[in-house]
Design a protein around this ligand. Structure first.
Ligand code: ADP
Ligand code: MG
Length: 318
């Protein structure tokens, strides 16, 4: 978990891709969670003191963060489970972090990915934002002051902290990432139920990549071999309205095609984020929201920061 104070600072453990955290002695393989670097840099440059408080032994925290440039120096306090009497869910580790930061516990904001951590933060009378590390677990985190889907959705101004300044026209630039393969048959719902066709890719070869990226709505460019390069808006996730079992990727190419293109090679570069995945009370409201996402993506992709990726050679490769 990660904790700040609203005067203020933070602690964390929410910053690593969780599935890799158990791979002892292979810390160098642990990628930062999307949004973690952005958060640390932002708070540091705004002079917000941060603490890192984890039930892990201090030695393994040090080993883990040593692979992330600038992280160690960003935290005024780093504290391991072996430095306090009782680990989370006891509030000890948070009290100790606040004491070392010389900040009142009540002025601290905790960012937590685990239930024991949320319990500990609330027991320390801190404000707690939960970013559950396991999908479909948000309903268990009712004790938190807010539950968010990923660090990308953190709104610091809600907690009296300096807001992020990197949103552009309702979009958040992300480090571009790439995915591609032959277009496969999906659930057959896109066009039929929603009037919105989504060219599905096999997730079999991409389970790591999909696990890495938070569920939500993204956009970028799509290269379809022999046909061209098109604007694209897509969702990643379980589509709560349909409650899918598997996390899928559903790209909608913003172009009118006269025919299906199953089996053809599709390449995507994802350049920005729009919103988290949410459920909708009606199909109509879901469809309206997807069209709004399309408009946001369509106009954002005209901005030089996004339009430049249209020339990415990956989109033309086969
Ligand atoms: P499925 O569940 O098989 O993916 P969809 O109803 O989502 O079925 O339709 C997706 C298919 O429609 C794609 O695989 C593609 O062949 C075709 N298609 C036509 N126009 C588009 C478009 N603009 N974006 C994505 N797919 C499209
Ligand atoms: Mg589809």
């Amino acid at each position: 978990m990660l904790t700040f104070s609203r005067d203020g600072w933070l602690k964390l453990e929410t910053l690593w891709v969780h599935r890799l955290v158990t791979m002892k002695h292979r810390w160098c393989n642990i990628k930062a969670l999307p949004g973690a670097n952005r958060l640390i840099k932002h708070l540091k440059s705004n002079g917000v003191p941060m603490a890192l408080a984890s039930n892990s032994p201090r030695e393994s925290i040090d080993a883990k963060i040593s692979f992330h440039d600038g992280w160690k120096d960003s935290f005024s306090v780093i504290i391991g489970g072996d430095e306090v009497r009782t680990g989370k869910p006891s509030p000890d580790i948070f009290f100790e972090a606040a004491r070392r930061l010389k900040i009142e516990p009540s002025s601290c904001l905790v960012i937590e990915d685990s239930l024991p951590g949320v319990t500990a933060g609330k027991a320390a009378e801190m404000e707690v934002v939960a970013v559950p590390s396991l999908p479909k677990q948000s309903h268990l985190f009712t004790a938190a002051d807010e539950v968010i889907n990923s660090l990308l959705d953190l709104q610091l101004e809600k907690w009296g902290l300096p807001p992020f300044a990197d949103w552009v026209e309702r979009t958040l630039p992300v480090d571009p990432w790439y995915i591609g393969g032959p277009v496969i048959k999906g659930f057959g719902r896109g066009s039929k139920v929603l009037g919105i066709p989504t060219a599905n890719l096999s997730t079999k070869d991409y389970s790591d990549l999909l696990a890495e990226h938070p569920a939500g709505v993204y956009f970028g460019w799509a290269g379809l071999s022999g046909r061209g390069i098109f604007k694209m808006v897509m969702s990643i996730g379980w589509n709560p309205y349909f409650n899918n079992k598997e996390k899928t990727i559903e790209p909608w190419l913003l172009h009118e095609f006269t025919e299906d293109f199953y089996g053809e090679e599709l390449k995507l570069v994802i350049v920005g984020y729009i919103r988290p995945e949410v459920n909708f009370p009606t199909l109509e409201s879901l469809i309206a929201k997807i069209h709004e996402d399309r408009r946001v993506a369509e106009s954002a992709l005209e901005l030089p920061m996004y339009s430049s990726h249209k020339d990415d050679s990956y989109l033309r490769s086969s």
